[in-house]
Write a protein that binds this ligand. Structure first.
Ligand SMILES: [Zn+2]
Length: 324
């Protein structure tokens, strides 16, 4: 681990996940010098603030001074004060996360949606660096995203622009989404969606050993590896997953036709195995834009994208100021 600058003016980025909170100290070059991570076992605001402030103190102790803290949180965020208006993962409604943290930390605190922070991180240092029109899709438990248009991260009305996960791609024959609709992109093409495809096609593979004794515990990585190894059950589910991912991406191309679409999150570790199957299907479904003009790549910052982007947000004084 490299030592951080002692000259002060450091910014801290925090990623609030469903099962962990991670704080990092990132330099202006995007390199992470220190990190602190805690598992979340209690989703109440008090417990989360305690863990988060602990992680922030851990990394701030490594430098002379900290100028600001940025936090990427799931859900819809009121960017003026950092109140989480709605976060289904935490079952939070109008939770004043920003004010709770300011009460225990004497630091400027900026909060934004986690996927928008990850987009800012990838656009500043990763797969979107130097790209004028960029889209990040994070394929994890859900599908998050963000849009950079003409070099600017889009925030939009109520900071709700870029919720790709909840456009419906199979409104009549899809899985029920966590948001209540049927066949949302997230329900079909997230890591969780991949597992649902596996469960859905299980009756066609009575001799399959893919699911084992605990069918709901099979991870997307294990499914993808089995598909790569030619397991017929995993491959059937994988192909359905790729079909649905291609539908959603082709829709994004129809609306935005960005220069680059980067895929992040756990599933994207499939790399070329995923991209080689995905690209021709997306091209098939791309009608009004030149086929292949929007490049589909794998994101490069991995699990750190959200925290690194949150540090960028802190340096800029909030997501809103990235407009200027
Ligand atoms: Zn939905």
């Amino acid at each position: 681990m490299a030592s951080a600058s002692k000259s002060g003016d450091a910014t801290i980025g925090v990623d609030l996940g469903g099962s962990h909170v991670t704080a990092i100290l990132a330099g202006e070059d995007g390199v992470v010098s220190h990190r602190s991570s805690y598992d979340i076992t209690d989703l109440s605001i008090g417990a989360v603030v305690k863990l988060m402030s602990g992680a922030i103190r851990d990394v701030s102790a490594k430098v002379a001074s900290v100028s600001a803290v940025g936090i990427g949180s799931p859900g819809n965020i009121d960017l003026r004060n950092g109140t989480v208006r709605y976060s289904p993962n935490f079952h939070w409604v109008n939770v004043p996360l920003g004010d709770e943290l300011r009460a225990v930390l004497d630091l400027p605190i900026f909060i934004g949606n986690d996927a928008r922070c990850a987009t800012l991180g990838e656009h500043t240092y990763g797969s979107g660096k130097g790209v004028k029109n960029f889209v990040l899709l994070t394929l994890g438990t859900g599908v998050g995203g963000g849009i950079v248009a003409d070099g600017t991260l889009l925030i939009g009305n109520s900071a709700a622009t870029g919720e790709f996960g909840h456009h419906q791609i199979r409104a009549t024959d899809g899985f029920i989404c966590g948001c209540g609709k049927i066949g949302c992109f997230e329900a079909q093409a997230s890591g969780t969606g991949l597992l649902r495809h596996v469960l859905d096609c299980a009756p066609s593979f009575p001799r399959s050993t893919l699911l084992g004794d605990k069918p709901y515990d099979v991870g997307s990585k294990a499914i993808r590896k089995a598909a790569e190894a030619g397991d017929p059950h995993a491959l059937a589910a994988w192909n359905r997953f790729i079909d649905d991912l291609a539908r959603g991406i082709a829709n994004i191309i129809a609306f935005l036709n960005p220069d680059v679409i980067a895929l992040g999150g756990g599933v994207s570790s499939a790399g070329d195995f995923m991209l080689d199957a995905l690209r021709p299907k997306v091209e098939e479904l791309t009608t009004m834009a030149p086929k292949g003009a929007a490049k589909i790549v794998v994101a490069t910052l991995g699990n750190d994208a959200g925290a690194i982007g949150a540090a960028v947000m802190a340096r800029r004084g909030g997501l809103l100021s990235s407009l200027y």
